[in-house]
Design a binder for this molecule. Structure first.
Ligand code: NAP
Length: 250
């Protein structure tokens, strides 16, 4: 006898889902039955790999291109999704970039790029989707923040500001939408093994691992499990929270 999957009737949009944590989240939601819209900006090829992985285990997915930092493009994406599927139930704001530099050397471009993608990107999708969530009287928003946004991190003033900003966005929107049964939460990963962290020099990686009480990096799937929990019924009375998935860092 086949058990009904938790997200069988749900449509989920995961931004930046072509690789890393976004891909793990997309796969995890699809395994629970969600139809997953795999957003990408730079690489359609990687998004199609995520779609193929989901289809390989019998899941449902489609790649949707959109630069999340572009307000009107996000509006268009949401309209297209609504036109095609008539509802969207889960929004995971995962797309993110780094442009690390010490504050004295950080350029205006480095600052703007990171804030526009990581923070304004989440505003853009939430701004366009929330009216449908309100009409449905249902919706789950999960914003992927970072321990850098909780603790700060030398060399990441722009990134930390964007990730701390996401926590403020999460808590405020949670209060605004709570009366209509919509949950808005954040997950703050620590040091997770993806292309983002593989790009760091070996020395920096060792130093980072030294600050983790569990003495190892996390896996993208560790983050995905927290997202699946927050997206599910088990978290219907949880909103405005930040769950740190960080091996004890914070
Ligand atoms: P990653 O491997 O670098 O992947 C980032 C993803 O974001 C890519 O799929 C990229 O897609 C997408 N993206 C970037 N700019 C975009 C835009 N303007 N519009 C749409 N998509 C965009 O990073 P990751 O490690 O998986 O990180 C995922 C999220 O977790 C990020 O928000 C990151 O800040 C956060 N996080 C990561 C760690 C970690 O240790 N790895 C720790 C804490 C938080 P395209 O290439 O198609 O543009």
């Amino acid at each position: 006898m086949s058990m009904e999957k938790e997200f069988e009737d749900k449509v989920a949009l995961v931004t930046g889902a072509g690789r890393g944590i976004g891909r793990a989240i997309a796969c995890a939601l699809a395994r629970e039955g969600a139809l997953v819209l795999v957003n990408y900006h730079g690489s359609r090829e990687r998004a199609l790999e995520t779609v193929a992985e989901i289809e390989s285990f019998g899941g449902r997915a489609e790649a949707v291109g959109c630069d999340v930092s572009d307000y009107s493009a996000c509006g268009k994406m949401v309209e297209e999704i609504m036109g095609k599927y008539a509802h969207v139930d889960i929004l995971v704001n995962n797309a993110g970039v780094t442009r690390d530099n010490l504050i004295l050397r950080m350029s205006e471009e480095e600052y703007d790029k990171v804030l526009d993608t990581n923070l304004k990107g989440a505003f853009n999708t939430i701004r366009h989707i929330s009216r449908y969530f309100l009409k449905q009287r249902y919706g789950k928003v999960i914003n992927i923040s970072s321990v850098s946004g909780v603790l700060g991190n030398a060399g990441q003033a722009n990134y930390s500001a964007s990730k701390a900003g996401l926590i403020g966005l999460t808590k405020s929107v949670a209060r605004e939408l709570a009366g209509r049964g919509i949950c808005v939460n954040a997950v703050a990963p620590g040091f997770i093994d993806t292309e983002m962290t593989q790009a760091l020099p070996e020395k920096a990686k060792e130093a980072a691992i030294g600050t983790i009480p569990m003495k190892r990096m996390g896996e993208a799937e560790d983050v995905a499990r927290a997202v699946v929990f927050l997206a599910g019924k088990g978290a219907d009375y949880i909103t405005g929270q930040v769950i740190c998935v960080d091996g004890g860092m914070t």
